[in-house]
Design a binder for this molecule. Structure first.
Ligand code: ACO
Length: 385
């Protein structure tokens, strides 16, 4: 018999739906015990070394590595879709620089604004094309938000550049060298997909109602905004700034642990070992901090990592991707508040691929609650309360 009403705590269930299987997927998986991540079966380390964001997007969408022709067709489509309507630029210019306006709110609204400018946005059959459009355009929106936040005019996309190089060009205002462009590519690749995380699940819940792709991606952006998910990178960097110097790192972190504070950039629902994405970023962090003269951040971060693993490693608390992405992005000249929109600009590939997969054998998501409130209550008129 299904229990629908119970006393608080009477029915056991996994809080946060931990471990509940949402659906089958061919996109990728996380082996949290071994600290491994795979996109369609390929280890993330191999992908980060050899692939590009466009190729990873193809892999996630179509479950195979593309041939040269297939890749150049996808690259061409993504380039063609880069530009966004003037009204979206106007909105970004009018609000992104506002006091206390979070760029994720601007990104969420700007992606939503794209839909009414897209005649095909409501077509279920066009879901795949919509996914490519949105993935391409989110880079333009994120770069424009970053420009306006720095008091600068947005820069329009260039056709001939790769997705990552074009993003850096639009954001920083000039062409970057191969190392910077590669690092941007790696950042986007590492954030592209990660199992049934909160934002991917949010995307699936929305698309499972047969709402359009824009609505689904806006759902993903909304879930990613929170500090327990995408917002942790920003906070991890704020922590490094607050600590200020390597010599203060150990006492600061010991004090935070003693006060049972959650240290941003550590811990993970799935990984109980070192996050492989953090390891990849750590190796890039050494090079980029040397180039930028920001070794101080890496030194503070390394001390925090050493103390955290010594104190909490046995509990399965290790650095996650957000711990080193902040140091890397700051050293690239990217401001802290743009970290989560950049995370979204990478993760949109996974959201889109999972949404298209969901549509192939869709069933609307409908978990249920256990009711633990009063029963047999009656309505009391307002004057008698
Ligand atoms: N710092 C200190 N202690 C921690 C941390 C942390 N970052 N994370 C977990 N713990 C401790 C908890 O206090 C808890 O201790 P207890 O057993 O004594 O109560 C234990 O480890 C288990 O932690 P949970 O909270 O149950 O882990 P959960 O799976 O619910 O949460 C989460 C995972 C949200 C990522 C958590 O580790 C956290 O808040 N981390 C900081 C935020 C962060 O970095 N988020 C980014 C996640 S990755 C991503 O979204 C890309």
């Amino acid at each position: 018999m299904t229990i629908i009403v119970a006393k608080p705590g009477e029915v056991q269930f996994p809080k946060g739906m931990e471990g509940v299987i949402a659906r089958e997927t061919t996109k990728g998986y996380v082996d949290g015990q071994k600290g491994k991540l795979y996109y369609h079966g390929i280890p993330i380390e191999e992908i980060a070394e050899h692939s590009t964001y466009e190729e990873v997007f193809f892999l996630l969408m179509y479950d195979k590595l593309p041939t040269k022709d297939e890749l150049s067709i996808l690259e061409m489509r993504m380039r063609q879709y880069r530009e966004i309507p003037d009204a979206v630029y106007d909105f970004i210019k009018s609000r992104a620089g506002g006091y206390n306006v979070h760029p994720m709110s601007i990104l969420r609204t700007a992606v939503s604004m794209l839909a009414p400018f897209d005649d095909a946005s409501e077509e279920q059959a066009a879901a795949e094309r919509e996914a490519i459009k949105i993935t391409s355009r989110m880079a333009t929106i994120t770069a424009a938000i970053g420009r306006v936040r720095r008091g600068l005019e947005p820069i329009h996309p260039r056709y001939e550049l790769s997705h990552a190089a074009n993003f850096l060009y639009m954001y920083l205002g000039e062409d970057q060298d191969d190392f910077m462009n590669r690092l941007m590519d790696v950042l986007l690749i590492l954030h592209a997909d990660h199992g049934c995380n909160a934002s991917t699940f949010a995307t699936l819940v929305v698309i499972s109602t047969l709402a359009d792709m824009y609505s689904a991606i806006v759902g993903g952006i909304s879930a990613l905004k929170g500090p327990l998910h995408g917002g942790a990178n920003e906070r991890a960097m704020a922590m490094l700034d607050e600590i200020g110097s390597e010599k203060d790192a150990e006492p600061w972190i010991l004090n935070a642990i003693a006060k049972k504070k959650k240290i941003m950039g550590f811990g993970h629902r799935v990984y109980k070992a070192y996050d492989p994405r953090a390891r990849i970023l750590h190796s890039y962090a050494e090079e980029i901090t040397k180039r930028a003269g920001t070794e101080r951040w890496l030194n503070i971060a390394s001390t925090i990592e050493r103390v955290m693993i010594a104190k909490l490693g046995a509990k399965g608390i290790f650095p996650n991707v957000d711990f080193y992405s902040g140091t890397v992005m700051s050293s690239m000249g990217i401001e802290r508040r743009l970290f989560t929109p950049i995370f979204a600009t990478g993760r949109v590939a996974g959201w889109a691929a999972h949404a298209v997969e969901q549509l192939k054998d869709n069933r609307i998501y409908r978990p249920r609650f256990i009711y633990v409130g009063p029963v047999d209550a009656s309505y009391t008129p307002i004057d008698e309360r």
